[in-house]
Design a protein around this ligand. Structure first.
Ligand SMILES: C[S@@+](CC[C@H](N)C(=O)[O-])C[C@H]1O[C@@H](n2cnc3c(N)ncnc32)[C@H](O)[C@@H]1O
Length: 197
């Protein structure tokens, strides 16, 4: 899988575009900047936008090609991001974040429990998690995302995974995506905003 991502990102084009995810941008635009974690950040579109808005950005991805592309993108935009190579499997840090943004972070059920189930430990007391994932309905669309139903999410599943958090928003929606070459068209997603307290 990691090799597949490395090959995908080796293209000169930004496969998910250079603009941030819109749901994420909406929150960033109305939130006082702080410390942000972006797991599986790909080519850096969200990291670079948040850094340009004054956030201290930490990000990781297991694709080293993605990390290098993201760092080059940040440099070209004159912003600094702390982007490192890392896996959901063994993610750990002593940092505490104001915001953790999960944008199309799809993973097997074992990792959903291991990684997502522990994420609240890396939040500050007032911290929030925002997420946009493909829902299981996305399997019927040909507009992006994994073709493996186990890697997609249901609303009940995310409500259980994050049951320890206050769920300010937890909805399933059909939206129109236009994100680079690979997220294009009518898409079924889950959107979450959750707070630690
Ligand atoms: C659909 S892309 C999303 C990229 C980015 N979040 C965005 O919205 O543009 C999914 C990303 O997950 C990364 N990924 C997949 N499995 C991973 C794992 N086990 N650990 C870390 N990153 C992973 C891939 O390398 C890829 O960059």
């Amino acid at each position: 899988m990691k090799e597949k991502w490395n090959q995908r990102y080796a293209a000169k084009d930004f496969v998910y575009g250079t603009e941030p995810n819109l749901f994420f941008k909406e929150l960033i635009d109305k939130t006082k900047p702080g410390k942000l974690l972006l797991p599986a950040e790909g080519e850096g579109r969200n990291a670079v936008y948040a850094a340009s808005m004054g956030w201290e950005v930490h990000a990781f991805d297991y694709s080293t090609v993605a990390v290098n592309k993201g760092l080059d993108f940040a440099k070209s935009k004159g912003v600094t991001i702390n982007y490192f190579s890392g896996d959901f499997e063994n993610f750990n840090t002593t940092e505490k974040f104001d915001l953790i943004a999960l944008l199309y972070t799809h993973m097997e059920p074992r990792l959903k429990k291991l990684f997502l189930g522990n994420l609240h430990n890396f939040l500050k007391p007032e911290g929030k998690i925002i997420a946009e994932f493909f829902s299981k309905e996305q399997i019927h669309n040909n507009t992006g995302g994994p073709q493996d139903i186990d890697l997609l999410y249901s609303l009940d599943e995310v409500k259980t995974l994050f049951s320890f958090m206050k769920q300010d928003l937890a909805v399933q929606e059909t939206i129109w995506l236009e994100e680079g070459l690979l997220h294009v068209g009518k898409s079924d997603v889950i959107r979450l905003i959750m707070s630690n307290t």
